[in-house]
Design a protein around this ligand. Structure first.
Ligand code: F6R
Length: 604
């Protein structure tokens, strides 16, 4: 959520930073801007996507200098306008900021009383002017940054340039991420690895509260007290091509195409020598956990619902699942042997991270299921399981969800096996079922034409329902979110039996209903529910194995992937993602960057 980038080195910083911003634009695309300093600070910024910034740069070119910072914004404070775009600052200091300075109104009042005036409505400009205030007092950038940020409440990742410090960028963070890419005689600053991956794979993460001074030939990092911190460089876990579209029209489509391979990799990574699910977790967690609470946001929350379903069904562990932004403000009652599992693709979602911290402070054991290696949640949870889905660029999460669900299936089976809830033979059978998943997922790709036809049928709908029962319901919730997120069709997902308790009044002949029939045990009940909707005129779409009774009711039938009922949400994910994708395409929507959204929601 908001991407920041910076460069010092021998190249033209304007070009490097613009390219970096394109790679980070999944974090927000309301506005973009760049600032450089070479004797004087120059800024070009505008509302709109990076392409608008490029146009603006053609009209007002910046000189080709070797140092610059840039920002791509997801608006939080202040409308989407040129004035509210980053960078913000004065003739002496200019910054880009990712995060929220919660006490900005108070700080703004103080700055006004010191004679400062403001051009924007943003919290970030307040941050910039406070840094300016301390810089004018101390003439030392590091002290100014330390003093100013010590007054901030909230989160920040800041890159700052000072008129009097040529070829130097200062950067400081709390909660929001900063990565430093280290090349030969050049250094990159970014919110995420893809921004510098075509130049260097060596990088490190700036730690919580750390501040760094970056010059082309090196960096110095200090902790809050001002003591120097040594940093070990890491090697980026993927290459530049994995952050490209690779011949696909959209990142989302490319990422869906990777799902079968990811599932197959995860199954072998998290298996023991006998091909049975295995995780290197502490014996205490495996043996003694008596109750589990799963927490996540959005799609990750849906993967959490699936994990809850499987933990109860297979491992017989009582489990709850909560949306992080709600859970934070409840007063949870934990068991003595509670385990809290947080699920997050980015590992930096503010609500999920806050829950993790609060739960840890209560002394509860925590486990993170995370995609981004070394992210805040991955580092702070007591134990971590990585989902190894690779970099996910499309704003709508696809392969990360499938990977989370696969880990959920493997983990629940592992709990069941290790706690002897299941016979070994049963575990073997489940392991065999899991191994069929990569093929089942490929089925979705083979059914793409049929899915595109369904998309044609629903593309003009204003409202739509998904229905399902048990695991199908969980698959359907995520399918519904994906559809509304990228196609802007209002979609609701209901447990099929619940429709008639009020919501059925919304169904008209203009309301398509998509019903999932993965759970064969539930078929008769599901069929009645589909009939209830169809008899109110709904266009009924069934995703099901061939079945004459369903065919009699459904207007359209799509052949579903073949897999065991338990794992239907995994096998079904690609299919529903493709449905959302084709519907969005037919409606002319921006599939990879849907309106109002951003990936990695680092504000609460
Ligand atoms: C939807 C989507 C979001 C994220 C949610 C949590 O397609 O991507 O709902 O799932 O913002 O993000 P992470 O998993 O990064 O914590």
């Amino acid at each position: 959520m908001c991407g920041i980038a910076g460069y010092v080195g021998k190249r033209n910083a304007v070009l490097v930073v613009t390219e970096a911003l394109k790679k980070l634009s999944y974090r927000g695309y309301d506005s973009a801007g760049i600032a450089t300093a070479s004797g004087v600070i120059r800024t070009v910024k505008c509302a709109g996507k990076i392409e608008c910034l490029e146009e603006r740069l053609k009209e007002n070119p910046l000189p080709a200098v070797n140092m610059g910072i840039g920002h791509t914004r997801w608006a939080t404070h202040g409308a989407v306008t040129d004035e509210n775009s980053h960078p913000h600052g004065t003739a002496d200091v200019t910054i880009v900021h990712n995060g929220i300075i919660e006490n900005y109104l108070l700080l703004k009042q103080k700055l006004i009383s010191f004679g400062y005036t403001f051009k924007s409505e943003t919290d970030s400009e307040v941050g910039a002017l406070l840094i300016d205030y301390f810089y004018k007092k101390t003439h030392d950038p590091l002290t100014a940054l330390r003093e100013a940020t010590s007054k901030f409440h909230g989160s920040y990742a800041i890159a700052a340039i000072f008129k009097d410090c040529p070829d130097t960028i200062f950067t400081v963070r709390r909660e929001s991420p900063i990565l430093i890419g280290v090349g030969t005689d050049e250094i990159f600053i970014a919110s995420d690895i893809p921004a510098f991956l075509s130049y260097t794979k060596r990088y490190f993460r700036l730690g919580e509260g750390e501040i760094a001074k970056i010059t082309p030939d090196g960096f110095k990092v200090y902790d809050r007290r001002g003591d120097e911190v040594k940093k070990n460089l890491q090697h980026a876990p993927f290459d530049a091509e994995s952050a490209e579209k690779g011949g696909f029209a959209h990142f989302m489509r490319k990422e869906i195409s990777e799902e079968s391979g990811i599932v197959s990799r995860l199954i072998s990574m998290y298996s023991d020598g006998h091909g049975l699910p295995f995780f290197d977790l502490s014996a205490d967690i495996i043996k003694n956990t008596s109750h589990i609470t799963v927490i996540g946001c959005g799609t990750a929350y849906h993967a959490g619902l699936y994990l809850k379903y499987l933990l109860e069904k297979l491992a017989k562990i009582r489990t709850e699942c909560h949306v992080a932004s709600e859970f934070r403000y409840t007063e949870p009652l934990f068991d003595k042997n509670e385990l809290v599992i947080v699920i997050s693709q980015s590992g930096e979602t503010a609500d999920t991270l806050s829950c993790l911290r609060e739960v840890k402070a209560l002394g509860v054991k925590t486990l993170g299921i995370v995609n981004v290696v070394g992210s805040a949640i991955a580092t702070e949870a007591d134990e971590v399981i990585y989902t190894h889905a690779g970099v996910e660029i499309a704003v709508a999460s696809t392969k990360a969800y499938t990977a989370q669900c696969t880990v959920a299936a493997l983990l629940a089976t592992y709990f069941a096996a290790s706690r002897s809830v299941m016979e070994r033979q049963q575990v073997r059978e489940i392991a065999l079922e899991l191994k069929k998943l990569p093929d089942a997922i490929m089925h979705a790709t083979r059914a793409e034409d049929a899915i595109a036809e369904v998309a044609e049928e629903i593309k003009d709908a204003e409202n739509l329902f998904f229905i399902g029962r048990r695991a199908d319901y969980i698959a359907a919730i995520e399918g519904s979110l994906k559809l509304k997120e990228i196609s802007y069709i209002h979609s609701e997902c209901y447990p099929a039996g619940e429709l008639k308790h009020g919501t059925i009044s919304l169904i008209t002949e203009k309301t398509p209903v998509v019903a999932l029939f993965g759970d064969r045990e539930m078929l008769p009940k599901m069929l009645s529910n589909l009939k209830e909707a169809a008899s109110r005129g709904a266009k009924s779409i069934a995703i099901s194995a061939p079945d004459k009774d369903i065919a009699e009711v459904a207007d359209i039938m799509v052949d579903m992937p073949r897999c065991g009922e338990l794992f239907f949400p995994i096998a079904m994910a690609s299919m529903l993602q493709l449905l959302a994708y084709h519907t969005a395409l037919k409606r002319g929507c921006d599939v990879d960057q849907p309106r109002n959204l951003a990936k990695s929601v680092t504000v609460e």
